[in-house]
Design a protein around this ligand. Structure first.
Ligand code: PLP
Length: 430
């Protein structure tokens, strides 16, 4: 997978995605606009499911919904054979509403509320237990509801993945999960609890990871831990969840692994490690988010003004910014920019692409080389399918953009654009 959706093409100077001209989508739906290419998502799902179907049939690929979700997106992913991982009550409801079977929904989080745990138990989804207190609450809740909850125990694998500090989660000081000894003690304490069914372990080492080595280390370590868990519980372990985190290409400098090769490698590694440890093969769960939807998405903005500060910089002001894409401000994330029309013009001007929000830091990039821009031109930011809409806010009471899916020369609204009335919806009247 590269930087652009697989259906990207240029014709007569116009960019087309899913067979549709971006400028026509912008005219029809307004800007800013999130565009999602269904074919790219389908391809990415297949990059996980096809090699596993061949080499490791006992598996489940679940989409990490935190990367961005809507009912339509999840229903589409279901049709591609994926389950879903959720981290809040509303994400769980979205997955259920999309028709995802409860046994294909996994509920994460380090501080789930009682209401959320109740929803999880009542709907029969699997809960990833983060710590001892949560286990106690869950057990009491399940007993009071007369249910038995399937759980995975989140273990810190203590693997350093070389990624941005904020998105490293496998190390010992992480807020997520427990160290090995605590996990084993927890398992021992609940092994005879009638309300809790321990399926196995969960781990996740970080996000936007390019190296393959940490994943192979993870497999080895988690097989060791699964063996220990098996001894503690006195039985075979059914499941091993190795999380997500596979990186994608945002810019020409990024060099992520090929997903199908990584996944095949992990499956092969897992088989070898389980054989060496003398334990049966567990069901392998992977929960990629970004790599499923990231490259499929792009954002189209309209230029409202050009402000030249002679000898300093030239701003191109777009009609979105930090509220629909917080990642440059949050993680200094880099993107690939382009124009939607007359793309054959050579890129001769350097622009700072600044948003419309009332913050000096609201700049998507300080230096982008583009063809000369005019007011009304469309600027495109590629690779915005993950963690953009999901993290979008209504800062400055600017309504959030629509999400439109494109496929085979058809477009479908997956999430409608918010209106100004939506911005006032929750206010008490005077
Ligand atoms: C527990 C868990 N699983 C899966 C993911 C998905 O990660 P990514 O979107 O990088 O694949 C995350 C994200 O940080 C996570 O915290």
């Amino acid at each position: 997978m590269g930087i652009f959706p697989i259906t990207y093409r240029q014709e007569s100077g116009d960019v087309f995605i899913g067979g549709l001209r971006l400028s026509e989508l912008a005219a029809a739906y307004g800007t800013p606009l999130y565009v999602v290419d269904a074919a790219t998502i389908r391809d990415m799902c297949a990059a996980y499911t096809e090699p596993l179907a061949e080499t490791y049939p006992n598996h489940m690929v679940i989409y990490a919904g935190k990367a961005g979700m809507s009912i339509r997106l999840l229903a589409f992913l279901k049709s591609c054979g994926l389950g879903v991982d959720v981290v809040s009550g509303a994400e769980c409801l979205t997955a259920l509403r999309a028709g995802i079977a409860p046994d294909r929904i996994v509920f994460h989080g380090n501080n789930k509320s009682l209401e959320e745990l109740q929803l999880a138990v009542e709907s029969g989804v699997t809960v990833v237990v983060d710590h001892e207190q949560e286990m106690a609450t869950l057990s009491a809740l399940a007993k009071s509801l007369g249910r038995r909850v399937p759980v995975m125990l989140r273990l810190k694998p203590e693997i350093e993945a070389h990624t941005h500090d904020y998105i490293k989660t496998g190390q010992i000081d992480s807020k997520f999960g427990l160290a090995k000894d605590s996990v084993m003690a927890l398992a021992a304490a609940y092994k005879s609890d009638a309300a809790i069914h321990i399926l196995g372990l969960h781990s996740h080492i970080g996000s936007q990871i390019f190296d393959t080595e940490p994943y192979y280390d993870l497999v080895d370590r988690m097989v060791d831990h699964t063996q220990s868990l098996s001894r503690v519980l006195g039985r075979d372990i059914e499941v091993l969840n190795l999380g997500g985190g596979m990186g994608i290409q945002y810019t020409a400098q990024d060099d992520p692994p090929v997903v199908s090769a990584l996944v095949s490698g992990m499956a092969a590694h897992l088989k070898t490690a389980c054989q060496a440890a003398g334990i049966p093969l567990p069901k392998l769960i992977l929960e990629p988010g970004r790599s499923i939807v990231g490259v499929a998405g792009l954002t189209v903005y309209r230029v409202g003004a050009i402000k030249d500060i002679p000898g300093v910089k030239t701003y191109a002001f777009i009609d979105g910014g930090m509220a629909d894409n917080i990642r440059p401000m949050l993680y200094q994330a880099k993107y690939t920019f382009g124009v939607a029309q007359a793309v054959e013009r050579s890129a001769t001007e350097t622009y700072a692409i600044a948003g419309r929000y009332c913050e000096s830091g609201d700049v998507l990039s300080h230096e982008v080389l583009l063809p000369t821009l005019q007011v009304g031109d469309l600027v495109v930011v590629y690779g915005t399918g993950a963690y953009n809409y999901a993290m979008a806010s209504t800062y400055n009471r600017v309504p959030r953009p629509a999400v439109v899916m494109v496929e085979n020369v058809q477009s479908t609204v997956w999430v409608r654009r918010e209106t100004m009335a939506d911005m006032l919806r929750l206010d008490a009247e005077v």
